[in-house]
Design a protein around this ligand. Structure first.
Ligand SMILES: [Ca+2]
Ligand SMILES: [Ca+2]
Ligand SMILES: [Ca+2]
Ligand SMILES: [Ca+2]
Length: 434
């Protein structure tokens, strides 16, 4: 894939603008503090032109910009309207690693050089002048309160509380606004494109792991959904830093999201309608690997040009917990903790396997428990033949050790208008019964 570019409107007193790269529209009616999505652009020289929205395209500023191959840029429209200018910012990073990467850009035209640190006094960026982009620093995942001070003073000009930054992602903090007037100073911390875009051969380039086509935003034009990530060992099916992106078939704009659990094996996409609006949604399944055989799974739907999560395996697991007790006469009782529904499994055809835990009369020698494992499989199936998919969730029931499979909990989930609800829970003894 090519290079990517997005636009930030950071000119505090300017009204909405339109931004063009040669003939291509990058931004339409973009207002202060807002970003466009990243738009793919071929390498080359571009004339970047900014005009006030509704002004018939007359430029208020224009500048030339070289777009290098496999690059990612944020083009900021900065300065007061009478001195407006265009500032290309490279969002490319050499390697993402396991931590958060953060850089800072100072875009407040009436503010002196800045020091940016944490509330506990740790300084992160020192003496950053207006129009300067810092290098990336790394931080652990966490919720941060940033303090912005005028360099070498104790004058805190901005406190930015509760910034939840999660790894392994890349962020930029943009300081926008004015110190001495309105709009006030503010820090914007969007995700950088290098967290999820694929630029192929770039140092941070990600591989396409899977891609599928369907209309996912309901405009009748087929879109492309792709799952991209890194493959640290090319001979292994293990992938990490997975992200899912939708390329809008109509305008080639790309929206992406990073699933909370985004590393594992055999990651794949399935497109189909789950929430009954006759528009395909996106199911992502990633195997954990290891002996447990767990599955990380998410369903996303496109709503107002955003990827909205409508199924998260962690919520499913939290609501699908069971108690497993061996009972007399080779019976196992499986009780759903939430609602006390009880099922039983008959092991009388496997007496030999369990001869050491039962006496000759079939009485349990001592109390013994098994367990129901977290989600192990998630199958899209139109169980009621009405044209949309339900989800069949599979959890393995084990006895004394992981390899001792007693059966499976099969849960059928259906969309109820606002979320997935369980319409049926069954115990099956063979995997063929799915
Ligand atoms: Ca579409
Ligand atoms: Ca749908
Ligand atoms: Ca159905
Ligand atoms: Ca349904």
């Amino acid at each position: 894939m090519a290079s990517y570019i997005r636009v930030l409107h950071a000119s505090p007193d300017s009204p909405a603008v339109d931004v063009y790269a040669n003939e291509r529209t990058l931004a339409k009616t973009l207002t202060y503090r807002n970003f466009t999505e990243y738009i793919p652009l071929q390498e080359g020289n571009y004339n970047i032109k900014v005009s006030l929205s509704g002004s018939q395209g007359e430029a208020i500023v224009q500048d030339n910009m070289r777009v290098y191959p496999n690059s990612i840029y944020t083009v900021a429209v900065i300065g007061m309207q009478r001195k407006i200018c265009i500032m290309p910012i490279s969002d490319l990073i050499a390697s993402v690693g396991l931590n958060i990467n953060l850089k800072l850009v100072h875009l407040s035209p009436d503010t002196a050089n800045l020091d940016i640190g944490l509330q506990n006094g740790t300084n992160l960026f020192k003496d950053v002048p207006y129009c300067e982009t810092t290098n990336y620093i790394t931080l652990p995942s966490g919720t941060y309160t940033f303090q912005v001070k005028v360099t070498d003073t104790d004058n805190v000009v901005l406190t930015v509380p509760n910034q939840k930054l999660t790894s392994p992602k890349v962020y930029t903090g943009y300081i926008v606004g004015l110190s001495n007037s309105n709009p006030p100073l503010q820090m914007l911390t969007p995700l950088d494109g290098s967290s999820y875009l694929n630029t192929n051969d770039s140092p941070s380039g990600k591989l396409i792991i899977d891609s599928k086509k369907a209309d996912v935003n309901g405009d009748q034009v087929v879109d492309t959904v792709f799952l991209s990530g890194d493959k640290p060992d090319p001979t292994s099916p293990f992938t990490e830093n997975l992200s899912v992106c939708v390329e809008d078939g109509k305008n080639n704009k790309i929206i992406c999201t990073v699933p909370p659990s985004n590393a594992g094996y055999n990651a794949n996409l399935f497109l189909g309608d789950f929430n009954d609006d006759n528009v395909a949604d996106i199911l992502i399944r990633i195997e954990s690997g290891g002996s447990g055989g767990y599955l990380f799974a998410y369903v996303y739907t496109v709503l107002n040009n955003r990827l909205v999560n409508i199924f998260d395996y962690e919520d499913f697991n939290a609501n699908s917990q069971y108690q497993v007790n061996f009972m007399d006469n080779y019976l196992v009782e499986v009780t759903q903790i939430n609602n006390q529904n009880t099922f039983s499994i008959d092991l009388s055809n496997r007496k030999e396997e369990f001869s050491d835990i039962y006496d000759e009369n079939g009485k349990l020698i001592q109390p013994l428990q098994g367990s129901v494992l977290p989600l192990g499989g998630l199958i899209p199936q139109d169980t009621d033949n009405d044209g949309n998919f339900e989800l069949i969730a599979i959890q393995r029931i084990i006895g004394r050790f992981n390899a001792e499979t007693l059966g499976y909990v099969k849960t059928t989930l259906d969309w109820d208008g606002t979320g997935f609800t369980t319409i049926k829970t069954e115990i099956v003894t063979s995997i063929d019964q799915f």
